[in-house]
Ligand binder design. Structure first.
Ligand code: ZN
Length: 596
């Protein structure tokens, strides 16, 4: 096995070297991959080189981890659309574009916002600032002021009754540093005794510079205004306290205003020089505001949708849907040393495998040691990194779809049915993009005969998970709703010169650490719930999952190429064959658990 392995790696490395491919730069790593590869033209052959060229671009640091609601997601979806345009794939998004735009907006208050106390105005940003949330807050008109105590410390706070209907002024929690930039205003507030207050104003503006105060209303993260379901999944069938749900809905639809004050301005609300020694429950003047809340639409949350029309006059009105997710989890605010993190993640995963995939306890985690000497020899200075590139998750699926589109576009005779490609956004935020597409399909939902979902097919080595290897691929749900589809999945594989090792273990519950509810954790579940037979392909988790170290240089390209080619064959087979029939009787499937 390994011999084949090193031969293949040598082959991959040689193919890069032989092609005199200037695009590969730097020393090859232990997987035969260079640190960087420059953009280069691709061909209709599904090749290691093309997958490398695409993935090194799509998962580059410049994509900022492609998080939904952020500029990085726009960058990623722009790249996919540009490639589709090049390939001549038909746009199938909104209004003849490739994009299906989700309602994600940048929310902020403008400097037309006003706050007065007993008719006397306070100065925007100098004395006070309103913190934008998901929705415009409830109005504040002649609301009496009360000193509510200390944020986060109920032992030093007024009662709920005292707070009810008031403009509550709080001192910041002693330990909490004054948060710079947009706060967490507007989400359903954590149930606290101050929920019944009209507004909460915290005295923590003095420590911020003018730029930081302005940044509070210069958001870079767009948020959705969509109402998310209440309570735990499945709560619907339990006796819910409808009054509590009603209150939650109100708090969600018209959230409390979140305001920040300087100490001087806060004292002014009570007609005092300072707040020093102010007794709990002290009342002040009345506050009235007009908060100018604006929502700017963004391109920070888009599904990308394209179609390759079928060749059969009748069947071309049916679709084989191929899906992947274009987003990942963005960047962290605290850069880390990428090489020691990588070494730590590799070791942790080795320990996890040795621990039979049982979650490592604190003692085991703390016992992990990283040999920094070899790292420092290679990199005398720490290479700081804060970008979670998502090369495998789900750069691998997203770029596989592009390669498959290019291959099908290269076919003289197109498959009979049409091929629908959907790059879903917001998968990491709770399958938001696929839910949106299934609820707002750009082709008739019942004309979709099968949904093939790819999420993480770039790793799956023996060092990543038990049973991993150069031919390993997990297949989930392929016969849950359609035995026909299950049979096609296996028969297409059998036709390969060297069939893949299709692994169905994830069809049932696997107790491995991190492997809970795989069937419910990616976009295919939205298609399955819409009555479309699905098959989900996945080569397993690994030490770099959701880490800064999920980089394109650690992908297993020969393996990835084989799976991508196989999925192309599968899509073509389904597009040309009889429509997979629904079972009618659904075999038992693992109990659905909440999406983590
Ligand atoms: Zn994923």
């Amino acid at each position: 096995m390994t011999n084949v392995r090193s031969a293949l790696l040598a082959l991959a490395a040689a193919s890069v070297a032989m092609s005199g491919d200037a695009s590969a730069q730097g020393k090859l790593n232990r997987y035969g991959n260079p640190p960087t590869i420059a953009p280069a033209p691709t061909s209709s052959t599904i090749s290691v080189k093309d997958l490398q060229v695409r993935l090194y671009t799509f998962a580059d640091d410049s994509m900022q981890g492609r998080q939904v609601g952020r500029l990085g997601n726009k960058k990623g979806t722009d790249y996919i659309a540009a490639e589709l345009r090049k390939l001549g794939v038909l746009p199938a998004g909104d209004n003849g574009t490739y994009f299906q735009v989700l309602p994600y907006h940048l929310k902020s208050f403008t400097n037309h916002s006003r706050l007065t106390v007993d008719g006397n105005p306070l100065a925007w940003e100098k004395d006070w600032v309103a913190v934008p949330g998901v929705r415009a807050p409830r109005g504040i008109s002649s609301v009496p002021v009360i000193f509510g105590g200390v944020a986060g410390d109920t032992t030093k706070q007024i009662t709920a009754a005292q707070a009810n209907g008031k403009f509550v002024v709080l001192l910041p929690a002693p330990s909490a540093a004054a948060p710079a930039g947009p706060g967490r205003g507007g989400f359903a507030p954590q149930p606290t005794r101050l929920n019944s207050a009209i507004a909460i104003a915290t005295v923590n503006l003095d420590d911020l510079t003018a730029a930081q105060r302005a940044a509070i209303n210069q958001p870079t993260v767009a948020t959705s205004t969509a109402i998310r379901s209440f309570g735990a999944p499945g709560a619907a069938n339990q006796n819910v306290d409808s009054l509590a749900v009603y209150r939650q809905m109100v708090a969600m639809l018209a959230p409390q205003a979140v305001i920040r004050l300087t100490r001087t301005a806060a004292a002014q609300l009570f007609g005092r020089k300072t707040l020093d020694g102010i007794p709990l429950g002290t009342t002040g003047g009345t506050v009235t505001t007009s908060l100018d809340f604006i929502e700017r639409s963004t391109d920070f949350a888009r599904n990308v949708v394209g179609i390759i029309p079928g060749s059969d006059p009748a069947l071309k009105h049916q679709y084989v849907a191929l899906g992947a997710h274009n987003d990942h989890v963005g960047f962290s605010n605290t850069p880390v040393d990428k090489d020691s993190v990588k070494a730590f993640n590799d070791t942790r995963n080795r320990v996890l495998l040795a621990n039979n995939m049982i979650t490592l306890d604190q003692a085991k985690l703390q016992s992990i040691r990283v040999n920094m000497d070899s790292i420092r020899k290679a990199h005398p200075n720490p290479r700081l990194d804060s970008i979670r590139n998502g090369a495998d998750d789900d750069g691998s699926g997203s770029m596989a779809l592009l390669e498959i589109a290019e291959a099908i576009q290269g076919m003289k005779v197109k498959p009979k049915r049409s091929t629908l490609f959907v790059w879903h956004t917001g998968e990491e935020a709770g399958l938001i993009g696929s839910a949106f597409f299934v609820n707002n399909p750009t082709v008739p939902i019942d004309s979709i005969v099968t949904g093939i979902n790819i999420d993480m097919i770039g790793r799956g080595r023996a060092e990543d998970l038990p049973g991993g290897g150069p031919d390993f691929v997990g297949v989930v749900g392929s016969s849950f709703d359609s035995k026909d589809l299950g049979e096609i999945v296996s028969s297409v594989n059998k036709k390969l010169d060297k069939p893949l090792a299709l692994d169905y273990k994830f069809d049932s519950t696997v107790t491995w650490s991190g492997y809970n509810n795989l069937y419910g954790r990616s976009d295919h579940i939205m298609y399955a719930r819409a009555g479309i037979p699905i098959a989900f392909f996945f080569t397993g988790l690994h030490g770099d999952y959701h880490q800064v170290s999920d980089e394109p240089e650690f992908i297993d390209y020969p393996h990835y190429q084989k799976i991508t080619s196989y999925i192309r064959d599968l899509a073509v087979e389904v597009a040309n064959g009889p429509r997979p029939r629904m079972n009618g009787t659904k075999p038992s499937r693992p109990p659905r658990t909440a999406v983590p």
